[in-house]
Each structure stands twice: as C-alpha cells, then as structure tokens.
Design a protein around this ligand. Structure first.
Ligand SMILES: [Zn+2]
Length: 267
C-alpha cells in the first residue's frame, strides 16, 4: 500500500466481529464496503421485481451443466419484459435464482459472475471485500480478475475470535422484529428481556442463530475459506490478524487495534 489502497479483504468466521472492523477501514481509508449479501439481494431482487413468470429452467442446459449464452437469455427476457431498461442485473438474478429455487448452493462460477459485475461498478478498486472470496475457486478468480484489470489486493485482514465465544455470542443474539436493533441476552439485554427498548416490538432469535447452524458455518470456514485465504497468501497477498475482542469494546479501541495491525502496510 504505497501510494494508495486498491482493495482490502476482510475475512473472519461468522460472528467474529467483522463489521466494526470494516467500519474502521471504510472511515479511515475511504473505502467502500462490498458485501456478497448485498450482491445477491440486488440481483435476485432485480429478477423478482422484473415480473418474469415463465419457467427459468429452460435456460439451463443439464447436459452441459451450464446456462445457454447470455444473449439468448437476454433476448427471451427482452421479449417478455419490453419495459425493462437494465437487463444485465435481471439475467444475473435469474442465474442465481435457478439454483436457489431448487434448494442448491449457487455454484462458484455464478457467484463469480455476480461479484464481477458488482466489483466492476467501482472500477475494481477502493473496496473492502466482505464475504468474498469464500472458496479457493473464488480466490483464484479474484486474483485473475485483479491481474487483468490492473488493480491490487493489498491485504487480507482476518478478524480472529474464539470459536466457543462466537457460539455463545451468536446464540444469545436477539433482534427486534420491527426496527432491527440487536441485543444479547447476556452482554446487552433489553430492559425487560423480551421487547425492544427503542420501539417496544418483540425480540426474536434469527433462525440462522441456532447452535447447529453456527457450528456448520464454523466448519465451512475452516474447510473452504481458510484454503481460499491460503491461496491468496501464496500469490503474494499479505495477511494480518486483528483481534475480534477488545476490552473494553469502544469505537476508539477497535479503531486502534485495526490501525496498529495495518501500520506496517500503510507506509
Ligand atoms: Zn425495535
């Protein structure tokens, strides 16, 4: 990171405390957060709101295990949806939706396509990548993409935390149904323990926050994300670890722990 920062990847197990560290990078380095969750929301949302109701299975060739060419999908969509101006997001949403409708994981090739479209809007630089790459195949794609676009992956920031602490923190999480405010049964309870201090709505536990789901996500991290990060490191992307727990938890302490870890790379 000599003259400027191109891109930083923030990695860490779900529940490790990535967001406060991403906030620091956004604020201190003027980067933009690029989250895979938003990518899927946007493209799948574009497809859902397009009004296309026909069978999308016809665009997938099961023999080749691939979609028909984009121009074929686009032509069919244009015919059905004459009023749609931007067709590219609808096409990408359709591809993701095909797998989601069947309860299947969206394959890396499709995730890469969606990611690439999103990343291109920021000219492939100035971003904090969050939730990507998540597999070695995605990491390989990203390295290649940056090479072709002449941009850099400056650094991987891995937020460290203890697995058992992550389980405890995530299982105890309660969210306001109405306003989304986040509480914790032990560390940050609401006044009556049942409803939101701000708006009075009931607090719920996300269906993703059960112990089984949390442990599955932890396993996936070790099985897929760790090898992906290893691939980045082998290709010359430096990695720093930052603590996911700072005591006491204040904005300034989080900021300092992140910026101290980055200091050797910010010369
Ligand atoms: Zn609320």
């Amino acid at each position: 990171m000599t003259d400027r920062t191109d891109n930083i990847i923030v990695a860490g197990r779900s529940g490790a405390g990535k967001q406060p560290r991403i906030d620091v990078l956004v604020k201190e380095l003027g980067l933009t957060q690029l989250s895979t969750g938003n990518i899927f929301r946007e493209f799948v949302g574009a497809f859902d709101s397009s009004g296309f109701k026909d069978d999308i299975g016809v665009f997938f060739d099961p023999v080749k295990g691939a979609f028909v060419p984009d121009r074929v999908i686009e032509a069919a969509l244009r015919k059905a949806l004459p009023g749609t101006k931007e067709m590219r997001p609808v096409v990408l949403g359709l591809k993701a939706k095909y797998f989601m409708n069947r309860g299947l994981f969206v394959p890396d090739s499709i995730t890469n396509e969606l990611f690439c479209e999103y990343f291109s809007r920021g000219s492939y630089r100035g971003q904090v990548l969050d939730g990507y790459p998540r597999t070695p195949e995605q990491a390989f794609f990203l390295l290649d993409l940056c090479r072709k676009q002449g941009t850099r992956l400056d650094l991987v920031v891995e937020v460290e935390n203890d697995d058992e602490l992550i389980v405890e923190r995530t299982m105890g999480r309660r969210i306001c149904k109405a306003c989304g405010k986040v509480y914790h049964v032990k560390f940050k309870p609401s006044k009556d323990g049942k409803s939101c201090d701000k708006c009075g709505s009931p607090l719920i536990q996300r269906s993703d926050d059960t112990e089984e789901r949390i442990r599955t996500r932890l396993r996936e991290y070790y099985d897929k994300v760790v090898p992906a990060l290893e691939l980045l490191r082998e290709n010359g992307v430096p990695m720093v670890k930052v603590p996911g727990n700072v005591e006491p938890f204040t904005e300034e302490n989080v900021r300092r722990s992140v910026m101290d870890a980055l200091a050797p790379y910010l010369k």
